[in-house]
Design a protein around this ligand. Structure first.
Ligand SMILES: Cc1cc2nc3c(=O)[nH]c(=O)nc-3n(C[C@H](O)[C@H](O)[C@H](O)COP(=O)(O)OP(=O)(O)OC[C@H]3O[C@@H](n4cnc5c(N)ncnc54)[C@H](O)[C@@H]3O)c2cc1C
Length: 381
């Protein structure tokens, strides 16, 4: 089963070839092992190297820092294919979020230190914003990086961090000036093997079992001043600027997962019968699937529009928030209705729809909850 995608002029022959390479890698080196990785709670390092050999990691990294220097349309192809497989978060955090912060705000030395290794899969990236006491309200974080002669002393706890246990590089949001509110927050590049950094045990999640999600404890971690990312006190502005790409990447993969759930339902209902006819031939099934098909058609047109705008630098934060909201809600509807059309089989882990349904629930929560997306949109009214 493969994603049928034309992209309405967004993609050319080079994208098609790239997509074929990505798809072959995912089919041969990832899909057969997902169940094992779910049991292990994370993919092995070889997963990252397989992705790297297909050119899937950080395609936007400039050539001078070891990447192919492509535009976001190639990240989009990766997000679509991973979304269709139902396994996007680890790579999306690494490529679309962490690498982009480095590209946008890193010094030449920071870029040289981390970007080539992120492209080759030798360094895995994570970003740590959320804390046990706050997620949506980022200004309320309590992690402190107290300045000293050599840099900063970092203390605090972060939670729900994607790639948290495996990360070699963690971008940590911390207060460097406690009295300055949002203008007192900075971004720090923290090495995963820093002294004083410990990881909690893997968090017991509802879904996303093959993604590594952990707590991180920073106990007097020394961060040299050259590991400050960008300017001190500017983290809040940087986060707001970067959230647009993060939210678009989530929207793209959500649309692709929704399509996969729909495709699974069409196949299942075409093969199974009840009361002497195929499930798909009941009017209820046909209407449910037809309604989803219409929504998916509209969704792809919107995704193409949003990607094109982002590549031109024109996608606004509000537009990205709208996309994240709408496509993850569609993902939820598609996965739930597709599972229902499977009957009891849909509730069995043996069927792909079960994993798609469980893994999809979180996309309405992470990357900013969908209520926060509506708040962002509401402010533009
Ligand atoms: C699997 C997973 C992976 C994650 N990965 C990462 C990661 O890599 N890095 C990272 O930093 N974080 C990560 N997160 C955290 C995620 O971004 C937060 O969980 C999310 O932003 C919500 O924050 P919270 O959990 O503190 O919920 P809260 O902010 O406490 O929200 C609770 C409820 O209140 C609602 N609410 C809050 N504020 C408002 C408001 N202003 N208006 C209306 N309703 C509101 C929310 O929508 C929600 O329904 C991850 C989370 C999960 C579950």
């Amino acid at each position: 089963m493969a994603l049928k995608r034309d992209g309405c002029g967004l993609y050319d022959e080079t994208h098609t070839q790239f997509r074929e390479t990505v798809r072959r890698t995912l089919t041969d080196q990832v899909a057969p092992y997902i169940r094992n990785w779910e049991k292990a709670g994370m993919p092995p390092r070889s997963f990252w190297h397989s992705c790297a050999s297909a050119g899937m990691l950080c395609p936007q990294v400039p050539e001078q820092f070891g990447g192919p220097g492509l535009d976001f349309t190639y990240n989009a192809v990766v997000a679509e294919e991973l979304g269709y497989l139902g396994f996007p978060p680890p790579v999306l955090v690494h490529s679309d979020i962490v690498a982009d912060y480095l590209i946008a705000y890193g010094s030449a030395e920071q870029k040289q230190r981390w970007l080539p290794a992120m492209v080759s899969g030798d360094a895995i990236g994570a970003i740590a914003m959320t804390e046990p006491g706050t997620g949506s309200d980022l200004k309320a974080i309590r992690t402190v990086a107290a300045p000293d002669d050599e840099g900063f002393i970092l203390n605090g706890t972060k939670t729900y961090i994607t790639n948290g246990a495996s990360a070699d590089l963690i971008i940590v949001v911390a207060k460097t000036d406690i009295g300055a509110g949002a203008r007192g927050m900075s971004l720090l590049l923290v090495s995963g093997d820093s002294e004083g950094l410990t990881h909690g045990k893997p968090l017991d999640k509802v879904g996303q079992h093959c993604g590594d999600t952990t707590e991180l404890f920073f106990d007097n971690v020394r961060v040299p001043s050259e590991n400050l990312l960008g300017e001190p006190g500017q983290a809040f502005g940087y986060l707001m600027a970067q959230l647009a790409q993060e939210r678009l990447a989530i929207a793209i993969s959500a649309q692709a997962t929704a399509q996969r759930a729909f495709d699974e339902a069409v196949i299942f209902t075409s093969e199974r019968s009840a009361f002497g006819q195929r499930i798909i031939d009941f009017q209820n099934s046909r209407f449910k699937l037809a309604g989803l098909k219409a929504e998916l058609q509209v969704g792809w047109a919107h995704i193409d529009w949003a990607i094109a705008r982002h590549v031109c630098g024109e996608l606004t934060g509000a537009e990205a928030s709208a996309a994240k909201f709408w496509h993850t809600e569609l993902q939820g509807r598609c996965c739930d209705q597709a599972l229902q059309l499977h009957g009891g089989a849909g509730y069995m882990n043996e069927y792909p729809i079960a994993r798609l349904w469980k893994d999809s629930r979180v996309t309405r929560i992470f990357g900013g909850t969908n209520e926060v997306m509506l708040e962002v949109l509401g402010r533009t009214l």
